[in-house]
Design a protein around this ligand. Sequence first.
Ligand SMILES: C[S@@+](CC[C@H](N)C(=O)[O-])C[C@H]1O[C@@H](n2cnc3c(N)ncnc32)[C@H](O)[C@@H]1O
Length: 230
Amino acid sequence: MTLARRDTVVRELMDDPDCDPERLRRTLRRFSTVNRLVSAWGIVYRHRLAPWLWGLGRPARVLDLGSGGGDVVLRLADLARNDGLAVHWVGADPDPRAHDVAAARARADVEFRCVDSAALLATGERFDAVVSNHVLHHLGDALPAFAADSLALSAGPVLHGDIVRSRGAYGLYAVGITPFAPGTFLRTDGLRSIRRSFTAAELQEALDPAAWTVESPAPFRLLAVGRGRA
Ligand SMILES: C[S@@+](CC[C@H](N)C(=O)[O-])C[C@H]1O[C@@H](n2cnc3c(N)ncnc32)[C@H](O)[C@@H]1O
């Protein structure tokens, strides 16, 4: 196994529609802990999202595309609420298994829809900002359409966070995930995700350079930053 090139063939166990549903539910729930430790959304919220939301001077609507079990959008909602920001959050994911886990966590300021980016765009609904976590590496040929949908859905920033493919990320994840992995797909799928992930240069090349800038907001993290066109 080498990390020199992206592995676009390897599939995550949880993408198998016939995977063990209980193990899948445990995996989706435990992402709350894992994403908090690895995904750097606290930093991205503080430096990118919160200043924009404050600047609007009115209640905002923010979309998490590919929200999975919902933990990232719920964390962002907690951060905004603690800051006294009025935001309605929407998590959208077409996978009904992920949607079921997320929907059980819905609350007054966070709703979940079982829908993909294209279907949401077709409804005509638009948002003040769009975010995603760990979706880009997942997509394959659908990446350009997903990126374009996200720009069309947002009147403000579009922020796609992902892990970087590197030996460091792979080695640290392999060790660090050990206490959280039992009974879940976290170990195998996390390592497969890193094999599928981009380097900063690869992601910049995969996205329209006129629309996207790829940054590194924290060690082992990538952030594709775009400006919405809604
Ligand atoms: C690796 S999971 C990440 C889930 C979650 N964001 C997290 O960080 O745990 C990628 C998710 O993207 C969703 N997805 C794929 N294509 C999508 C699209 N076009 N619109 C919205 N979600 C999509 C998949 O269903 C999947 O749940």
